[in-house]
Write a protein that binds this ligand. Structure first.
Ligand code: ADP
Length: 471
């Protein structure tokens, strides 16, 4: 099948979070299954690896023709089309600009407009999150009478329901979508333009990144006001668990860590722990359980319950290393706690290499998320034999089995209630298991055994594309 994979991020060209990981690895796995898959991405300033110039094409918006360049790059043999339009993308960051509505609205139209110049026509366009979701609305309305576009099916993957791409009516007017789409049955959402909603309405199939999250977003607590719409389209909604990229995350080959190790050379993991303690300035104590956190510092990731629990964790004798950046309201108290407790260190920045060393050097990985569409951190840590302590929600529920509840199959520790006390309780159990020794080694071995590669999930995506073409 010919698949165009549209995303605002794709590792290693541009990554902010999990979406970048997925867009950098799922297409590779689809290619390995024999599909002709290509990625389309805006050419931000940080995207420097341009291999070819395919000329230019025009995007008709707001009564004028905007000339954009079409460049070509690749990620491990997967071709990447780059939409080169410096007025909107020639900036240092991927997101968080005032005109993001225009930036990604333009992208949604450009995804369709570059195809004649590329002279390559996909059978399915796979849209990812709100940044590309509006393409489905363009395709089903303004492009529906063009035979070349009529045959194209669409899949929208929701990686995070919280971010829907909400903008004022002026963005809708600027983009020039047909006036009849400005309705509650179309792209309008309480007086605003909602990109994600447009995708849910107009895409042939909608999926999210874990089976549990697919159910959760159809409820009021997780649906961010789109649960009703999703329930009404339940027949086309499904969940497919993400995988992780084994080329990037492999303790046996990882060049960014101190010592490479496997299930049968766990003594080397202990050396990674010592190296990490040294690097981050934690007391060099091989027996202290070391808890790692690599995360965006936002409400979603559970910082409201984590911050009050941090001092208590150090009282339990644990060491904690945190890597992450995000909201000031969380970063400030984190910095204060780090000053007061030598067993807690925090690096408030983005650092790919340090992330690898935290996954490899920690005994536990903490992920007390308020909600979690899939979560990659817990999967990466399983692969590194670092036992996850997670809140049972979304993809965390689908990947982590609590070992106290199921000693034979358990691969981590989970808790349900969103409180510091519940998090601490799970942490206490985890530390007891680590200190008690019994069952600990088997737990770590089981964690490392689970297949988390993209193989199985890529096949599920293949089946989903077949359904789209079949309909
Ligand atoms: P989300 O996409 O919601 O941020 P995921 O768990 O799905 O969460 O993916 C997060 C990805 O980003 C993981 O690969 C994680 O290692 C990485 N990451 C998050 N914060 C940082 C950071 N500060 N430095 C390096 N990598 C980070």
């Amino acid at each position: 099948m010919k698949i165009l994979f549209a995303s605002a991020e794709a590792y290693p060209l541009a990554k902010v979070g999990g979406l970048g990981d997925v867009a950098g690895s799922l297409p590779k796995a689809l290619k390995a299954l024999g599909h002709d898959v290509r990625i389309v991405l805006p050419k931000y300033q940080m995207v420097r690896d341009v291999k070819e110039d395919l000329g230019s094409f025009s995007v008709a918006i707001d009564g004028s023709r905007h000339e954009a360049g079409l460049r070509m790059s690749s990620i491990d043999g997967v071709p990447v089309y780059l939409i080169d339009y410096p007025p909107l993308y020639g900036r240092p960051k991927v997101y968080e600009y005032e005109d993001d509505g225009k930036r990604f609205g333009f992208f949604c139209k450009a995804i369709l407009d570059f195809l004649p110049v590329a002279n390559w026509w996909p059978e399915v366009i796979h849209l990812n999150d709100w940044h590309s979701a509006l393409s489905a609305a363009f395709l089903e309305t303004m492009y529906s009478s063009d035979a070349r576009y009529q045959r194209i099916g669409t899949v929208l993957t929701i990686h995070n329901m919280q971010h829907q791409g909400l903008f004022g009516k002026e963005v809708f007017d600027w983009l020039g979508l047909p006036p009849e789409t400005w309705s509650p049955e179309g792209v309008e959402f309480f007086g605003q333009l909602n990109f994600m909603k447009a995708g849910i309405v107009y895409a042939d199939r909608v999926n999210t990144v874990s089976p549990t999250y697919a159910k959760e977003i159809q409820t009021e607590s997780y649906g961010y006001k789109l649960d009703g719409l999703l329930r009404s389209r339940a027949g086309k909604v499904s969940g497919i668990l993400n995988g992780i990229d084994y080329d990037v995350w492999d303790s046996k080959k990882d060049q960014l860590i101190d010592q490479r190790y496997s299930k049968s050379s766990m003594e080397k993991k202990a050396k990674n722990k010592a190296a990490l303690q040294e690097e981050v300035g934690l007391p060099k104590d091989s027996r202290a359980p070391l808890l790692g956190i690599v995360s965006r510092v936002t409400e979603q990731k559970g910082f409201d319950i984590l911050i009050p629990a941090l001092p208590q964790m150090t009282k339990l004798g644990a060491q904690v290393v945190l890597l992450g950046t995000g909201e000031k309201k969380y970063e400030d108290p984190i910095a204060l706690i780090a000053k007061a407790h030598r067993e807690f260190v925090a690096f408030l920045k983005y650092d790919e290499a340090l992330a690898h060393r935290i996954y490899a050097g920690s005994d536990f990985f903490l992920m007390p998320s308020k909600f979690e569409p899939c979560g990659l951190g817990q999967m990466i840590s399983l692969r590194y034999g670092t036992v996850p302590i997670v809140r049972a929600t979304g993809g965390l529920s689908d990947t982590i089995v609590d070992v106290s509840a199921d000693p034979a199959k358990g691969n981590g520790f989970t808790f349900e209630t969103y409180t510091p006390a519940a998090l601490l309780d799970a942490t206490r159990k985890a530390i007891d298991c680590y200190r008690g020794g019994r069952g600990w080694k088997a737990l770590v071995q089981r964690a490392m055994t689970r297949d988390l590669s993209w193989g199985a999930s890529a096949k599920e995506y293949g089946a989903l594309y077949e359904k789209v073409l079949g309909s």
